[in-house]
Design a protein around this ligand. Structure first.
Ligand SMILES: [Zn+2]
Length: 276
């Protein structure tokens, strides 16, 4: 078919058809990505997160990948959200704005946003453009405007940041600061029993000594996908299946790979209750 020879009418029809097809394909892709995330299947493909799979394997830009990751996260919040996105009542960009807003609210209040509030927001944003949705969310969730902090960094500090960024892999300065702060907060919040050097082998937790040895042996990386972020100590033979907290039974996995392994052991139906 020679596009140049089409009549205006035919070209108009064809363009409309292509738009509909592209939108349908986007919705179908989100449904697939939702299921990939539910199963943590990206871990078997060598990625610690859906975001990494989308940017590194699918070659989406970071912004494009984030849109999809956020829309998928919103689908996981309720069957209604999933249906609205699947049916196209809520577009991908609006879904992403909604998820970002809800997440910001949860971070601010340190409390999960109730499902009734989510449902209300879904109804309110259904016919909104994403810009309208942004304004509406700001008001509805009473979100504070982001604080702008200007800091001047010395060459020395910038060089240090570059070094740490290289260690963690692709991320911007803001993500790096958040990862480092999260790690520190996790360390501070560790329950006392986890910090003990000589935790019992039958305890759920590995001792500090075993963890230190394991992290050294793994080179500070997830044993499965190589990620250096959100690392956890996992029982090779699951604790729930009588695996001991012994040094021969420890391995370092990132959060995504750890969850995928748990799904393989306990099944998606069981684990689905604990993951979102
Ligand atoms: Zn991993």
């Amino acid at each position: 078919m020679k596009i140049q020879r089409l009549t205006d009418q035919k070209l108009s029809e064809l363009t409309g058809k292509c738009v509909a097809q592209e939108k349908a394909a986007s919705r179908k892709l989100l449904v697939c990505l939702y299921e990939v995330k539910r199963r943590r299947l990206y871990s078997d493909w060598g990625y610690p997160t859906l975001f990494k799979y989308l940017t590194q394997d699918c070659k989406y830009s970071e912004a494009e990948a984030m849109l999809r990751v956020n829309a998928v996260a919103l689908m996981g919040r309720s069957p209604v959200a999933k249906e609205k996105i699947e049916s196209g009542k809520i577009g991908m960009t609006t879904a992403s704005v909604l998820e970002r807003g809800i997440k910001a609210k949860e971070k601010q209040d340190k409390l999960e946003v109730e499902s009734s509030v989510c449902l209300n927001l879904l109804e309110m944003t259904e016919k909104c453009s994403y810009r309208q949705a942004e304004v509406m969310l700001q008001k509805a969730l009473d979100l504070p405007a982001k604080k702008k902090v200007n800091i001047a960094l010395s060459e020395e500090v910038l060089a240090k940041m570059e070094k740490v960024k290289k260690y963690y892999g692709e991320m911007n300065e803001l993500e790096l600061i958040e990862v480092l702060l999260d790690e520190k907060i996790r360390e501070i919040n560790l329950p006392q029993r986890e910090r003990k050097s000589f935790a019992s082998e039958t305890s759920r937790y590995f001792s500090t000594r075993i963890k230190r040895e394991a992290i050294t042996l793994s080179g500070g990386k997830c044993e499965k996908c190589g990620s250096k972020i959100h690392l956890q100590y996992d029982h090779r033979k699951p604790y729930g299946k009588s695996g001991l907290s012994h040094k021969m039974n420890v391995r370092v996995l990132c959060l995504g790979c750890n969850q995928r392994e748990a799904i393989k052991v306990y099944g998606i139906d069981f684990m689905g209750k604990y993951l979102n």
